[in-house]
Design a binder for this molecule. Sequence first.
Ligand SMILES: Nc1nc2c(ncn2[C@@H]2O[C@H](COP(=O)(O)OP(=O)(O)OP(=O)(O)O)[C@@H](O)[C@H]2O)c(=O)[nH]1
Ligand SMILES: [Mg+2]
Length: 320
Amino acid sequence: MNGMSVRTPSSEESAETVHRAGFACFVGRPNAGKSTLTNALVGQKVAITANQPQTTRHTVRGIVHREDAQLILVDTPGLHKPRTLLGERLNDVVRTTWAEVDVIGFCLPANEKIGPGDRFIAKELAGIKKTPKVAIVTKTDLVDSKTLAEQLIAIDQLGKELGIEWAEIVPVSAVGDKQVNLLADLLIPLLPEGPALYPEGDLTDEPEQVMIAELIREAALEGVRDELPHSIAVVVEEMLPREDRPADRPLLDIHANVYIERPSQKGIIIGPKGKRLKDVGIKSRKQIEALLGTPVFLDLHVKVAKDWQRDPKQLRKLGF
Ligand SMILES: Nc1nc2c(ncn2[C@@H]2O[C@H](COP(=O)(O)OP(=O)(O)OP(=O)(O)O)[C@@H](O)[C@H]2O)c(=O)[nH]1
Ligand SMILES: [Mg+2]
C-alpha cells in the first residue's frame, strides 16, 4: 500500500476551501452549439438540439455538480433578428437572462467567420459591464488548428474593438468532448461563494411534461426544412397510467398535440400513409421511456394553430 494515504484537512485548511454556486448563461446566434454544449457539461441531455436555427425556445437549466461548486448553466434561445412575435419573445428571454446571471458565456462557432449576427450580440454584451464574459469557441472539431487560431485572434480583436474584456477565451468541442471540463473549471472561479442551490444529483429543473414535449419536437424537427421547423410546437395534453395493468407491467399513456401553422403543412408532418408521424412517435417514445424509466404509449395528434408565431393569444396557449 506504499504511497496511498488519506489526508484529513486541518480545521484551518477546511475554512479556506470555499464553495461556489451560481449561474452561467450561454448566449449566441442560433445554431452556435449552446444546447449541445450544455448537455455535454451536464453529462446528460437536458436541452434538445437540431441542425436548424432557433431550436431552443425557453431557458433550460442544466446543473454541474462538483465537490467545491455547483455550476448552473442557463441555455438560452439563439439571439436573432426577429421576424415574428415569437422571435421577439425569445430575444426578450435572452436579454432578461444575461442581466441576471453571474457569468455570460458567448458562443461563437469555430467553423464560421464572425458575422453581423455575432457582432450585434457582442455590442449588446459590451453594455453589460458588471458581469464577467467568457468567449467560447464551439465546434472546434470542424476546423484545423490554423482556422482555430485565426478565430481566437478575431475574437480577441472583437473584444478590444468593443471594449469587452474577455475573462477567458476557450475553444471547445462538445461533440468531440474536447476541453468541456476545462470550460467548467474556468467558469467556476467566476461564480460567487455560496452553498449549493439545487439538491445533489439534480441535473435540471425542467418539468417532466416540458421535457417530453421537447423530445417529441426534436424528433419532429429532423429532416424538415425552410419555414416548417419554426412552425412546429408540441404540447403534452395528458399523462395517465393505463388502468388494469399488472403492477409489474405498467404503461403510461401520453397524449400530445403537434401544432403547425397552416393546413398545407399537415401533409408533410404526417407523411405518406402517416409514416413520418409514426417515425416521430417511435423515435421520441424511446427517449421518453429512457427519461421516465417506464413503458409509454404515445398518442400524437397533428393540429393547426393558425399563424401561432404571430398571434399573442395562440402564443399564450402554447406557453410563450
Ligand atoms: N461538429 C460539431 N457539431 C456541433 C457541436 N456542437 C453543436 N454541434 C451541432 O450544431 C448544431 C446546432 O447545435 P445546437 O446545440 O442545437 O445549437 P444552439 O446554439 O443551441 O441552437 P439554437 O437553440 O437554435 O439557438 C447541431 O446540429 C449540433 O449537432 C460540436 O462541438 N461539434
Ligand atoms: Mg439551443
